[in-house]
Write a protein that binds this ligand. Sequence first.
Ligand code: FE2
Length: 295
Amino acid sequence: MTLSIRQIHPVFVGEVTGVDLTRALTESERAAIEAGMDRYAVLVFPGQNITDDQQMAFTKNFGAIELARGGNITKDHELRLKQGMIDVSNLDKEGKPLPRDDRRRMFNLGNRLWHSDSSFRAIPAKYSILSARTVASQGGNTEFADMRAAYDTLDEATRAMSEDLVCEHSLIYSRGSMGFTELTEEERAFMKPVRQRLVRTHPVTGRKSLYLSSHAGTIVGWQMPEARDLLRDLNEHATQRENVYIHDWRQYDLVMWDNRQTMHRVRRFDESQPRDMRRTTVAGEAMTAEQAAAA
Ligand SMILES: [Fe+2]
């Protein structure tokens, strides 16, 4: 079996065949996947029927696993999956779809906004790896936007203005924009805003990209309305159709994306049926900006 990658979108995204992710990767397979990520930013691996342990082992080829702490309002005793796995299904601990008015469901609706995973962490995520165990009967596509193309196609003046800006990211901002504002003191404390550069440079390819996310709520040194105005404009620019890939999930697809170079969002689906999607995350290696001194 020989690993090969075929580009499936005019701008980015590769489809990977000739590799079995239930087994340990060879060094040449690992290197080919990492090089594919640098080049395509999103890789689709069809037909990978893997267990949680196999998914975590695969993830560790690319760095340390980022733990879920501080990323959700779901309490430890409510978790369906073991540590290291992030549950992005619509299911409770017993495997039943969450009731319509469940607070966890309301919080998770924030995944339908364009975002980059963990941009609310001081050291944000490198890769996310999402395995489709049970797909939605209707809807539930995931869309990806190439943020290198977003940067490359900015007009000269906007690019120059964006170059050294620093944004504040927090779950308070993304959930707030959905009208989800009732948070406990404890939740507010772990959602404290962090700072991220608006323009990032890829450590391997040197390509620049816009680092946007629904978690970005303001710009350091700017008034919030003017910051929101610019961020809204940049998001609209970044998610133009030609720079967006729509993934229509089949069971056992595994999709891997680089959060430093892309944004994504999930679309509405029939929530009366189980949609079992399981994520692992490769932790990032460094902060993108200096953090504010603690108050
Ligand atoms: Fe996400």
